[in-house]
Design a protein around this ligand. Structure first.
Ligand code: PLP
Length: 351
């Protein structure tokens, strides 16, 4: 008998690389290529460092009020956390307590399986169809909860609200979590469905479309009862997860809706242009609604291309998993970055 027998052993999630080198083109973790709103910078510069001796507002009231206003809901319907990873982890603990398995797709955000494992939640993986779409009938079985991203990661595939509604409607005894990390790049948010269904929780993040990955802010929207259960778990864990500077930056960020629309608009335009060019180079990919493309090439193996790009200082993401091991996930960067990438790919193909 050793103390090691009593250790909670888990296989941790592996985030995308954050290289120390600065001279690279970083297209591997779906960050925004543009800086955050100037209002964020101004708010941080105006912050009073002396106030840091005081605890922050445990209710994050001002940030939640800004979000409530931006999304047209009540502040009691909003929960905020340290990135959506924190929000999702809390939601797993709060809502997935059945002895029945939770359901999620085979190709999806790989953190779901890690949390299920960490919290000892049984799970059953539902394969996507051959076009990487969710089949509603796979979610028509006994379960202890359902979670999937929409648009999906890392495929970029977006499901229509009719499919989401079907899943939510057919599972009134489970909480359905829709992870909308990429919804601001063109998909339809399931937010309006939260008015009709009390078992639907929407989770979003400031990390991608709001250019604040370094701040760590995520949020959930649902009916008041769901949010209140989520808050109870959060307050049983750590009351002060959102620090003063985060709350200040987050509020300034949400209030600059114009800049948010400008950035997401630019990224969408670049994405569509890059789709065109990649097709011409012989790449194929599911039609992406995210700020990334999930590409495969009929002649060039993905792993080989991943290494070649890295040697060139262009970082993309490679997932060595069944069904996706011949794909690369490429974040949509600035036009200039994408041109450098496209030029490299063109020369690589013709080498
Ligand atoms: C990026 C991402 C998240 C986590 O984002 P945070 O930075 O923790 O807010 C959650 N879900 C999906 C699908 C993501 O791609």
């Amino acid at each position: 008998m050793s103390w090691e027998e009593n250790v909670r052993k888990v296989t941790p999630y592996v985030p995308g690389e954050q290289p120390k080198r600065k001279d690279i083109i970083k297209l591997n973790t779906n960050e925004c290529p543009y800086p955050p709103s100037k209002k964020v910078r101004e708010a941080l510069l105006a912050a009073n460092a002396d106030e840091l001796r005081l605890y922050p507002d445990p209710d994050a009231l001002e940030l939640r009020e800004s979000l409530a206003q931006a999304y047209g809901v009540k502040k009691e319907q909003i929960f905020v956390g340290v990135g959506s990873d924190d929000v999702l982890a809390m939601a797993f603990q709060t809502f997935f307590n059945s002895s029945k398995p939770i359901l999620f797709p085979d190709i999806t955000y790989s953190f779901y399986e890690v949390w299920a494992d960490l919290f000892r939640i049984p799970f059953q993986i539902q394969p996507l169809d051959e076009n990487f779409h969710i089949r509603a009938q796979d979610y028509r079985k006994e379960n202890g909860g359902i979670i999937f991203p929409n648009p999906n990661a890392p495929t970029g595939v977006c499901e229509p609200l009719s499919l989401i509604e079907e899943i939510v409607r057919e599972n009134p005894d489970s909480v359905v979590i829709v992870d909308e990390a990429y919804i601001d790049f063109g998909g339809m948010s399931a937010l309006p469905l939260t008015e009709k269904y009390d078992n639907l929780l929407i989770v979003q993040t400031f990390s991608k479309s709001r250019a604040l990955a370094g701040m760590r802010i995520g949020f959930a929207i649902g009916n008041e009862k769901l949010i209140s259960y989520l808050s109870d778990v959060k307050f049983s864990f750590n009351s002060y997860t959102m620090n003063r500077l985060v709350l200040t930056a987050g509020k300034a960020c949400v209030e600059d809706q114009d800049y948010f629309k400008l950035c997401t608009g630019k990224i969408k335009v670049t994405r569509e242009r890059v789709k065109e060019s990649l097709r011409k180079l012989g790449f194929s990919f599911p039609d992406s609604y995210g700020n990334f493309l999930f590409v495969t090439h009929k002649e060039i193996p993905a792993k080989e291309l991943f290494e070649a790009l890295k040697a060139e200082g262009i970082y993309v993401r490679y997932f060595n998993r069944p069904r996706t091991d011949n794909y690369l996930r490429i974040t949509v960067g600035t036009d200039e970055e994408m041109d450098t990438l496209l030029e490299f790919l063109k020369n690589y193909r013709n080498r």
